[in-house]
Ligand binder design. Structure first.
Ligand code: ATP
Ligand code: ATP
Ligand code: MG
Ligand code: MG
Ligand code: MG
Ligand code: MG
Length: 267
């Protein structure tokens, strides 16, 4: 196409190519979800429907976009890790980040009803911010994911005690906050156990560990009608290897997960 005299303005675009050889992490976080969760009557501390919707939206991101090898989510956030060798969109940070954010946001709206049914309508369009961070080594990437999972644990323990004190202990939110000021993890476990007979360790892994999505290969057998030369048409079983996104709610801080899934990280 002929170039117009306006074409030069393209040169104002800045180069945001991500350094080669690094994992590209895009982390999304819901905008103002403190309010959003109240307005949409999320059950506190953890609305399971909402966590399901977050995972469903993240799966859509992995399926629709290229080169994401693992994703980790908790609360109103999700992190997506692109493989080191990805050349998708020439590794342009803004392209990767905006595609992730918009695919995620539109999926969140698209699948809302599947998780919240008719009883809780979506009242306004939610949005998610995004950022890009590069990690040059496997150690750095594992530490990044460990950091997010540790955050999940700390917040979930706090929120669990806080809402137990409010919902079952009859405290106001201000009193509950006051009560928890300066307490350590052991104190919180103790409050749950001695006052409410709750063993935090027995809480669901979904809540304690968050959600890790990875690709898993599995053989899928389908029957097909086939006609071979000189034969009658008949049903034939065809097996092929299919990739699908699988959710885990396990520890990613220790080495076990990485040893069981050696194909996620590259050398
Ligand atoms: P910002 O726009 O700065 O991110 P925010 O209000 O979203 O502001 P966050 O620190 O991201 O602040 O906190 C997310 C809020 O959403 C927390 O209050 C958290 O308890 C709530 N939340 C997220 N997911 C759920 C859920 N599944 N069930 C109940 N509450 C949730
Ligand atoms: P990319 O992902 O690279 O942007 P693309 O297919 O979206 O690929 P564009 O250059 O953005 O490529 O072109 C947008 C396409 O959508 C064009 O084919 C354009 O004709 C079509 N399109 C956009 N808006 C309309 C519209 N309102 N009515 C009909 N066609 C439209
Ligand atoms: Mg925040
Ligand atoms: Mg938020
Ligand atoms: Mg958050
Ligand atoms: Mg386009």
């Amino acid at each position: 196409m002929a170039k117009s005299k306006f074409e030069y303005v393209r040169n104002f675009e800045t180069d945001d190519t991500c350094l080669r050889n690094c994992y590209i992490v895009v982390r999304l976080d819901g905008r103002n979800f403190h309010k959003f969760t109240e307005q949409h009557k999320f059950t506190k501390p953890n609305d399971i429907r909402a966590l399901g919707l977050m995972s469903r939206s993240a799966r859509s991101v992995m399926e629709e976009l290229e080169d994401i090898v693992i994703a980790y989510g908790q609360s109103d956030e999700f992190s997506f890790v692109f493989k080191r060798t990805s050349t998708w969109f020439k590794r342009r940070a803004s392209k990767l980040m905006t595609h992730v954010a918009s695919q995620f946001s539109s999926s969140y709206v698209f699948y809302w009803k599947e998780f919240f049914g008719e009883d809780q309508p979506l009242l306004y369009p939610p949005s998610f911010d995004g950022r890009v961070v590069l990690y040059p080594s496997n150690r750095n990437l594992k530490d990044y994911l460990s950091w997010r999972q540790a955050d999940c644990h700390v917040n979930n323990l706090y929120n669990t005690v806080f809402w137990t004190l409010v919902q079952r202990g009859g405290l106001t939110t201000v009193q509950a906050e006051e009560r928890l000021k300066g307490t350590l993890a052991a104190d919180k476990n103790e409050i749950l156990f001695s006052e409410f007979n709750i063993n935090y360790n027995a809480e669901s892994p979904l809540l304690k560990k968050g959600t890790t999505l990875i690709w898993e290969k599995r053989d899928e057998t389908v029957t097909k009608r086939m006609k071979l030369p000189n034969e009658e048409e008949r049903e034939v079983a065809v097996t092929r290897s299919r990739r699908r996104v699988q959710a885990h709610h396990c520890d990613v801080i220790g080495e076990q997960f990485w040893e069981e899934h050696r194909d996620i990280l590259e050398d």
